[in-house]
Design a protein around this ligand. Structure first.
Ligand code: AMP
Length: 432
């Protein structure tokens, strides 16, 4: 199967070959023909599968077939949960539309809105947006969604995790009823299915890998270790392994900052990326990580979504996520495009139930190793860390978001996110 056989136009084929893609990925081979036929699509796909091109290429094909008007209304809306993912999708849209007469723009919060408004005023065919900023600008009358023909909801599961359901519902009301809808999600909870059926009309279902399975090319390993020895162990692994591009996950923003400082003190160049960092700081950290000047990127789950780093060799879970599905998302950052990757998890006694939940979800048990000098503490309690509690690090302090006074929609969204996460956590603990 080639891209040409999928029915994409010459200008798109030219852009694809410029990107160096030779054959469509499975999700692309399945999704592109259905989108080109104008059908609604419900696709199960994780980051790293090539899903962005799976919806962007046919979307651009369809838009370029229709005659353009002098005043360019927004004809395609791509909604993403995070700024990073929005920026990444936009970069792809730009690249794929290089040889087409189509204009695109991206809008997200945390940066000045004026340049975004100015770009939209000039007329754009494709708008990539995060929900908050989109609704802000719509409320100000800076944009209209009344002419949207194609609506893409990317990473729908993450949207719900982040408490964006109400925002999505608001956005839906601003678009015409008659339109094509594409929904992408890595996981399919009951809530996602409900959302999907409220948006999609008679959708074609596209599935790539088995649902919720860890990618087989990823070599997974668990290091059982005492909580207080995790920092020493991670520094040893990175230094002795001479690893130069490592993505490390922590559960909290505070934990990410703290670990980052320790890495730097140990002579390992590191940067942290999380929701409390400014857009500029995140972009800088990511750029440093991509160009090799930063060896270790320490991230929280939310911040890591949408980061596009091809062929990432090492992912380390400094702490396991308390939502099992997040483990699959995290390790999906490695072993991309068929390359082998390694996903390591440092697991202390109080994370035992999280590990069990993860192994149940992925349907396999993960190989365990113990490193001399970094053994687990035989007397430590296996009781899981309670939501909002960060035993070692915050000593009595709750996470920043939950206690902060609400200042505008951003914080409310965070507290919704926490509510939704707590709900998930409770579900998890009943399941495990
Ligand atoms: P995505 O899942 O959309 O984040 O894409 C993951 C990575 O795969 C990105 O770096 C894409 O540029 C790359 N990619 C997408 N489609 C293909 C393809 N057909 N062949 C090779 N690489 C691809």
């Amino acid at each position: 199967m080639s891209f040409k056989e999928l029915g994409l136009s010459e200008p798109l084929l030219k852009a694809i070959s410029k990107k160096g893609y030779e054959t469509p990925s499975p999700i692309q081979a399945k999704a592109i023909p259905s989108v080109l036929e104008g059908k609604d699509v419900l696709a199960s796909a994780q980051t790293g599968t090539g899903k962005t091109a799976g919806f962007t290429l046919p979307l651009l094909h369809l838009l370029s077939e229709n005659p353009k008007e002098k005043y360019r209304p927004i004809r395609a809306l791509i909604l993403t949960p995070t700024r990073e993912l929005a920026a990444q999708v936009f970069a792809n849209v730009k690249e794929y539309s290089e040889f087409l007469n189509l204009r695109s723009a991206v809008i997200f919060g945390g940066v000045n809105q004026k340049p975004q408004i100015a770009t939209i005023r000039k007329g754009v065919d494709v708008l990539v947006a995060t929900p908050g900023r989109l609704l802000d600008l719509q409320n100000q009358g800076a944009l209209s969604l009344k002419r949207v023909e194609i609506f893409v909801l990317d990473e729908a599961d993450r949207m719900l995790d982040m408490g964006f359901l109400r925002d999505i519902e608001r956005v839906m009301k601003l678009m015409p009823d008659k339109r094509q809808n594409l929904l992408f999600s890595a996981t399919f909870s009951k809530d996602i299915k409900k959302l999907a059926y409220s948006i999609l009309n008679n959708p074609v279902q596209v599935e790539t890998a088995r649902q919720n399975t860890a990618v087989e090319v990823i070599d997974q390993k668990v290091y059982r270790v005492a909580k207080g020895k995790k920092t020493g162990l991670i520094i040893k692994l990175i230094s002795e392994g001479n690893w130069n591009q490592v993505l490390v996950f922590t559960r909290t923003k505070h934990g990410a900052n703290k670990l980052c400082k320790k890495m730097i003190s140990a002579g390992i160049s590191a940067a942290a990326i999380h929701g409390n960092k400014s857009q500029g700081a995140r972009t800088k950290a990511l750029a440093g990580f991509k160009n090799g000047s930063v060896r270790v990127l320490v991230a929280t789950d939310i911040a890591a979504r949408g980061i596009d780093i091809p062929l990432l060799p090492h992912v380390i879970n400094f702490e396991l996520p308390n939502i099992s599905e997040d483990y699959v998302h995290r390790i999906g950052r490695t072993g991309r495009a068929g390359a082998e990757g390694q996903a390591l998890s440092l697991v202390s006694a109080d994370e035992t139930s999280y590990l069990k939940g993860i192994e149940k979800l992925i349907g396999e048990s993960i190989e365990v190793e113990i490193v001399e000098g970094f053994e687990p503490d035989p007397n430590a309690s296996t009781a899981p860390i309670k939501p909002g509690q960060n035993r070692n690090q915050n000593k009595g302090r709750r996470t920043n978001n939950r206690n902060s006074n609400s200042k505008g929609s951003g914080n409310n969204r965070n507290s919704n996110r926490n509510k939704s996460r707590n709900r998930n956590r409770n579900n998890d603990s009943t399941r495990n």
